[in-house]
Design a binder for this molecule. Structure first.
Ligand code: NBP
Length: 472
């Protein structure tokens, strides 16, 4: 029997769809899953009548692959990935290549690349985005590791990836854990975008008294605009129009208001703080999930701290896409991307990733969860100026700030007066107002620090470090 081109470990939601994608693109495959019954079920079900075979154990799996072997691991990040590497390593030979497509912490990937490349195996840490549908039809993929290892799988990945007008949604990201780092930041941006859309929905519901159908109409309007046309806006409209089959009411209103997180949002914020990147919009979205998880405390607090009175404020109409809310959503969306790109820029310098910003925007234009028409603008902005310090300084984005800042300001003010939390909108407003202030009050912070701790301060009229004996 001829040997297979490609091997997959981990028949979860993603693995199952990715191997079907590879096979459809001409790569005969072998699959292995820790729990063999899943392999059997897959081969009898979606994997039947295809160039896909199964393996009962790791040795059998490795033996069924042509050399050099190309093996994709799609298992839970963390110890499960290390366990698979440990099981498979004794059977690998020089030149074989392992790809980790899970959501691994980038520092784990750095360690694994170093360990495995030193044994003459190739190792790629690859972020994959697009959910189950993207995995099957064409995801966005962010592979990092050595260039030689990437070259060995380029033909496979470019065929499997989503395709946009200027090419496949995959590119060599850079060395070490850079692929997983970029995927982590992608997820951080995703957290931001999801919370921003949720805040828009909440304002329309609680301040404007709109039902899900009317709010869905606004999302439809937004999805037809250049600024907001995106996968997440598209699926939000679908979610809002979906009815509970049991009684025909709006399904989203029956869903518990607690959002989970699996780590990548947290890692984005931690990395941003470590690198000195200012990411308040992304942080606000992470914190909103944390706050949402405190359901029973929030219920108690509402009874103690009092319920708020909501006014019916003029926040536009469906025919103008609720213009001020659209301004708030657009600027917060731009801020999420700007903050994510800022983390990438700093990481590129700090970790010597040598990231190519226009290419990252390009591979996010299709297949992935944060795909949007704005990414074309982001790609163009970084093509025009590869050293752009912040997206907001690009002329097109600066013009968006000029046009939409009054709307965002009004929305935050109305929401604050009504007691409706809008953490991403508020953080974005502060972010833009801070970033566009040439003088901030940190002169006073510096004075305090010098007063209590003799930390010294710089002056605007003289060079050097100064100390004052403040408390005489
Ligand atoms: P699932 O949770 O559906 O599947 C997990 C897989 O990991 C199963 O095949 C499971 O085997 C295997 N596994 C586990 Br758990 N522990 C193992 C161990 N110690 N040794 C060997 N195999 C083990 O995951 P998924 O949603 O397909 O995600 C897979 C990876 O892709 C994750 O890292 C995830 O974060 C990432 N990711 C997911 C998405 C998404 O939309 N779901 C998107 C992008 C990336 P078993 O059947 O024997 O339990």
């Amino acid at each position: 029997m001829s040997k297979a081109h490609f091997g997959l470990v981990g028949l979860g939601v993603m693995g199952e769809n990715l191997v079907l994608n590879a096979e459809r693109n001409g790569f005969s495959s072998v699959v292995f899953n820790r729990t063999y019954s899943k392999t059997e079920a897959f081969l009898k079900g979606r994997g039947a009548y295809k160039a896909i075979s199964g393996a009962v154990d790791i040795k059998d799996f490795v033996n069924k692959l042509e050399r050099p072997r190309r093996i994709l691991m799609m298992v839970k990040a963390g110890p499960a990935t290390d366990a698979v590497i440990q099981q498979i390593s004794p059977f690998l030979e020089e030149g074989d290549l392992l790809i980790d497509g899970g959501n691994s912490l980038f520092s784990d990937t750095e360690r694994r690349v170093e360990e495995l490349e030193s044994k003459s195996f190739g190792y790629i840490g690859m972020g994959v985005s697009g959910g189950s549908k993207g995995a099957l039809e064409g995801p966005s993929m962010m592979p990092g590791g050595t260039k030689a290892s990437y070259d060995a799988i380029e033909s496979l990945l470019t065929k499997m990836a989503a395709q946009v007008e200027d090419g496949p949604c995959v590119t060599y990201i850079g060395p070490g854990g850079s692929g997983h780092f970029v995927k982590t930041v992608h997820n951080g941006i995703e957290y931001g975008l999801e919370q921003i859309l949720a805040e828009g929905y909440d304002l329309m519901k609680r301040l404007c008294g709109m039902n899900c159908e009317a709010i869905a109409d606004v999302f439809q309007f937004w999805n037809s605009s250049e600024e907001l046309s995106s996968y997440l806006v598209e699926i939000t409209e679908i979610c809002l129009r979906t009815k509970d089959p049991e009684d025909g009411s709006d399904l989203v209103e029956k869903i518990m208001d607690k959002a989970g997180q699996k780590g990548t949002g947290l890692w984005t914020v931690v990395s941003a703080l470590q690198l000195g990147a200012s990411v308040p919009t992304i942080y606000a979205s992470l914190n909103a999930r944390v706050m949402s998880s405190m359901k029973s405390q929030r219920e108690k607090a509402e009874s103690i701290l009092g319920s708020k009175s909501f006014s019916n404020s003029n926040l536009g109409s469906i025919s103008d896409g609720m213009a001020p809310i659209m301004d708030a959503v657009t600027l917060s969306t731009i801020a999420s991307y700007a903050q994510g790109m800022e983390i990438l820029k700093l990481a590129s310098e700090e970790y010597n990733y040598n990231l190519h910003m226009p290419s990252i925007a390009q591979i996010w234009k299709g297949g992935c969860i944060i795909r949007s028409t704005l990414l074309k603008r982001i790609q163009d902005a970084f093509k025009r100026d590869s050293q752009l310090p912040n997206l907001l300084l690009d002329p097109w984005f600066a013009n968006q700030v000029t046009l939409r800042l009054p709307g965002l300001t009004r929305v935050v003010s109305i929401a604050n007066q009504a007691g409706v939390p809008v953490p991403c909108f508020s953080s974005t407003l502060d972010y833009i107002n801070s970033y566009s202030s040439s003088r901030l009050p940190q002169n006073l912070v510096q004075a305090m620090r010098d007063c209590f701790g003799s930390h010294t301060y710089e002056r605007i009229d003289k060079t050097g470090a100064f100390h004052t004996d403040w408390i005489k």
